[in-house]
Design a protein around this ligand. Structure first.
Ligand code: FE2
Length: 286
């Protein structure tokens, strides 16, 4: 990318708080990741570990399995995936909400997808002087049961001082209005951080409210825009940008892979939920 277009790109990112970059990765690369995620799910035996992921009931879902996933590959089910007897209502492959949170470090295919010269150059252009890949997720957004993700800022969950977290989100399948595309509030990243999700030494978690003003309701008339993304699109999100996604009401899945980068020059407080207790250091793009 030439100098002018990278400067334009940075100016747009600073103005809007996000970038939508179509055709950033090839359809074949997307298919490779989809295949790998399918193989990981096939090999996963849920047993008694039935952790679900919900953004509407954090206390229910923040268990030891979740808190220990910062350095591992773990599997989280959709809300409503189990019946009253604890049996899966649908096949396992259609019941998983996401896999997290160290795919980029613990799986060679995800590692290679996450660390490319193009991504390293983009991160540098966006001002990340010492980029460190902190956390990754494979999100299934299953047909019919793929749950909503309520409006939030990523810096609430991955906090550095100063705020540096930056999201890299890849559409592995088309993200449309009816299968749960993301929505964002352009420019909302300039309003400051509204909450911090903190973990204490006893592994209790709580959300500290820094600014109680609620986000405007997520409707187009309030300025929100859908981030429609064809397969292969990369969306970059500023850590303070308010964003969300609705439920998947369609009969098509909306697979996405996302990872979050922080700047190694910023302070990463220990009361973040995500800890690398194994001691393995965070790595950059190489
Ligand atoms: Fe997010």
């Amino acid at each position: 990318m030439n100098r002018t277009s990278s400067e334009e790109r940075l100016a747009r990112f600073q103005r809007d708080g996000f970038l939508v970059l179509p055709r950033f990765v090839s359809p074949e690369a997307c298919d490779g990741l989809i295949d790998r995620a399918r193989a990981l799910v096939e090999a996963f035996e849920p047993g008694e570990l039935r952790s679900i992921f919900s953004t509407t009931d954090q206390a229910l879902t923040t268990d030891a399995y979740f808190l220990g996933s910062g350095d591992a590959i773990r599997f989280f089910f959709e809300e409503g995936a189990f019946d009253a007897e604890g049996r899966l209502r649908a096949p396992k492959a259609l019941s998983i909400n996401k896999i997290g949170h160290a795919l980029h470090d613990r799986d060679p295919r995800f590692d290679a997808f996450s660390r490319t010269p193009a991504l390293a150059a983009l991160a540098r252009d966006l001002g990340l002087s010492e980029p460190r890949l902190l956390q990754s997720m494979y999100i299934f957004k299953q047909p019919h049961i793929g749950g909503e993700v309520v409006c939030h800022q990523d810096a609430t969950f991955l906090y550095t001082d100063p705020v540096t977290v930056t999201g890299f989100w890849f559409a592995l399948e088309d993200a449309t209005l009816d299968n749960g595309a993301m929505w964002a509030l352009p420019g909302g990243h300039r309003q400051g951080l509204k909450a911090r999700f903190r973990r204490d030494e006893g592994d209790r978690v709580r959300t500290e409210i820094l600014d109680p003003t609620p986000w405007p309701e997520a409707r187009p008339e309030n300025g929100y825009v859908p981030l429609l993304a064809e397969k292969g699109t990369l969306i970059v999100l500023h850590g303070l940008l308010p964003h969300l996604s609705g439920p998947n009401t369609s009969d098509r899945s909306r697979h996405a892979y996302t990872f979050h980068v922080v700047d190694g020059a910023a302070d990463y407080p220990r009361d973040n939920w995500l800890r690398r207790d194994s001691g393995s250091p965070l790595r950059g793009f190489s």
